[in-house]
Design a protein around this ligand. Structure first.
Ligand code: ZN
Length: 318
């Protein structure tokens, strides 16, 4: 079977199309994503009035009722954007196209923008992906697993590395665990915690009580039995005994490792959740064509409030 990413259906929006559409059409796209309920016509974010004056020259609006002035990106993750709408849309396409993630350095070269602009933008897109996945509940057959990241020199073999990371001698105190809950053939969600037990509690809170949960034999998953029909697998015997298996959770972790090793080289602890959420979003949307992926991320960003973490980030640190 042909890999989905190689099929024509996977390619519905190309960089060529984005640049060909031009600034007006790109701008119009963001208006439609921001105000879908009003066919892309502006709605005052302060009072909800649908009648606005269009200050066309500056791409701004003025509310007829309360005189508030705003733009299509005011109050969203893309507020105070420095890029043109074409570049912003191109950035989103580049970002969703990177199945193993996209480094800020690559994005800065592709778009010919400063590194710090690309760095902040990539994190805003990760935030949009995380928001798109937020608040979901897992149900059905759900696999739960954890893996350690950070604070440790990575051995070559992944299975070795899982075991070694649990030994106190190999821990620097900076290590954190990513715990994933993954529906078979469905959605996944992630959390970052100091221990698998703690992360497991967070994930368990979002799993429907009628679900069947699959986990490995490690004792920190024992609590799952109290809440769910729980199946365990002994990894030292086999990776799947036909009843219990955590292969889908494992494939999430191999994606996150590939992102860490191949693209970002090192993931700082404070960003671990952002990268884990990105990997989760990519897993959940891997069979969606890239045009729809780009629109989903752009819509989530336009629907979200100003990023607390990333708004004015460089002004604060420099
Ligand atoms: Zn208003």
């Amino acid at each position: 079977m042909q890999h989905f990413l190689l099929s024509a259906a996977a390619r519905t929006l190309s960089l060529k199309q984005v640049f060909k559409m031009g600034e007006d059409a790109a701008y119009r796209t963001f208006c439609e994503l921001r105000w879908p309920e009003n066919d892309g016509e502006a709605i005052c974010p302060r009072c909800g009035c649908v009648e606005t004056y269009n200050i066309t020259s500056r791409r701004k609006f003025k509310c007829v009722a309360c005189h508030h002035q705003f733009s299509v990106t005011s109050g969203t993750i893309f507020a105070s954007r420095k890029l043109s709408f074409t570049d912003l849309l191109a950035a989103i396409v580049i970002f969703v196209n990177g199945a193993k993630g996209v480094s800020a350095l690559q994005m800065s070269r592709d778009l010919d923008v400063q590194y710090k602009t690309a760095f902040v933008l990539a994190h805003k897109l990760r935030e949009a992906m995380a928001l798109e996945d937020a608040g979901q509940t897992l149900a059905g057959e759900v696999e739960v697993d954890g893996a350690y990241f950070g604070g440790h020199v990575r051995p070559a073999n992944e299975k070795e590395n899982r075991r070694d990371r649990r030994l106190a001698i190999n821990q620097s105190g900076k290590r954190q665990v990513v715990v994933v809950g993954r529906e078979r053939g469905g959605e996944s969600m992630v959390t970052v915690a100091k221990s698998e037990a703690k992360g497991g509690e967070v994930i368990a809170a979002s799993i429907h009580h009628m679900s069947t949960v699959h986990a490995d034999e490690a004792s920190h998953w024992d609590n799952l039995h109290a809440k769910f029909d729980t199946k365990r697998i002994n990894h030292s015997l086999s990776y799947s005994d036909g009843i219990a298996c955590t292969n889908q959770a494992e494939s999430f972790f191999s994606r996150l490792r590939r992102m860490e090793v191949g693209t970002h080289h090192r993931i700082a602890g404070k960003y671990l959740h952002a990268y884990a959420a990105e990997a989760s979003w990519r897993e959940d949307n891997r069979r969606v064509d890239n045009g729809s992926q780009a629109m989903t991320v752009a819509a989530a960003a336009m629907d979200a409030e100003v990023s607390r973490r990333w708004a004015g980030y460089w002004q604060r640190v420099s």
